[in-house]
Ligand binder design. Sequence first.
Ligand code: LRH
Ligand code: MN
Length: 388
Amino acid sequence: MELTDEHLDTLAGLAIEVPSWAYGNSGTRFKVFATPGVPRDPFEKIDDAACVHALTGLAPSVALHIPWDQVDDVDALTRHAAERGVRIGTINSNTFQDDIYKLGSLCHPDAGVRKAAVEHHLACIDVMTATGSSDLKIWLADGTNYPGQDDLRARQDRLAEGLATIYAALAPHQRLVLEYKFFEPAFYHTDIPDWGTSLTHCLALGERARVCLDTGHHAPGTNIEFIVMQLLRLGRLGSFDFNSRFYADDDLIVGAADPFQLFRILAEVVRGGGLEADSGVVFMLDQCHNIEGKIPGQIRSVLNVVEMLARVLCLDTAALAEAQRRGDVLGANQILMDTFYTDVRPRLAQWRPERGLPADPMAAFLASGYQERIERERVGGVQAGWGA
Ligand code: LRH
Ligand code: MN
């Protein structure tokens, strides 16, 4: 089936949220490579994110990470984003870098440390109120490295208590999205290791608590699209952290390591109503461009999601349902594979100029001189990074 105008209208409604930290320096424990032109502050990160939106037309919001993106004047930052045609989206908390959090944050054995972690989240909610953001995203590094190091059950009870205090502080239009990850930096157990644990806490908290699914946070061999299906079925999928990986939490460009997996995930998103305006599902990227260009990396990422979603929209769902109904195993699989092999890129390259966008956003960026300009202008100061 070809890409129709109706499909393109659906695509035009897609809003991908880019992470501010993708524009800063990032790396591994072995090395964080500095890159000329990297932003020195959240204002410059937003400039680069706005550049990606201007070229792709489908990345209208920027997720911030606190304290990496802490500024004295949040209103000025919010205005700065609006003046550049983007808005500030998800606010990400960070209780994984302060020394007090060595043994955990909301799950820490010490009540004083747990109190500090709750207060950090209350401060993030204040930022949300100032920026007009609706989502507080919580990922906790909390866990242990050795069996017996702490009481697994007691940690869950502490976590539930802390999350309840944070949830109670949210305004009626605000949500809490709880991200899980099966390991790292903890190497024996992680307190929120899987979707079941995140969902358990979300159900205990209330309607405005949803699960965040980071595509790099599953044990090898996990059928991620099954989890997507189930969370959509339960109305508890809050957001994606899109990226890809060959081994662990590699945070590579979405669709780069396993395009077919991205196709299968997006097929469940569409089948489960995740593209509907009222689904409440946020499509965020969570990536680190350790060696490749930061802005080109983000442009490629947005294009990968758009192109793969366009393929999924071409799926002949009626023919597929019919083949499934009559038990035609290979027939049904063939329909999906043919759609996956559909090349939608020529039609998308035609579509973009129809929307006042460059046919080839990457070529347009490389020809724009933007990279050369920021490398010239952004001299001095401290390049942004994870500060780890
Ligand atoms: C943890 C994580 C989380 C963010 C961080 C930048 O691995 O996926 O979403 O806070 O990366
Ligand atoms: Mn993530």
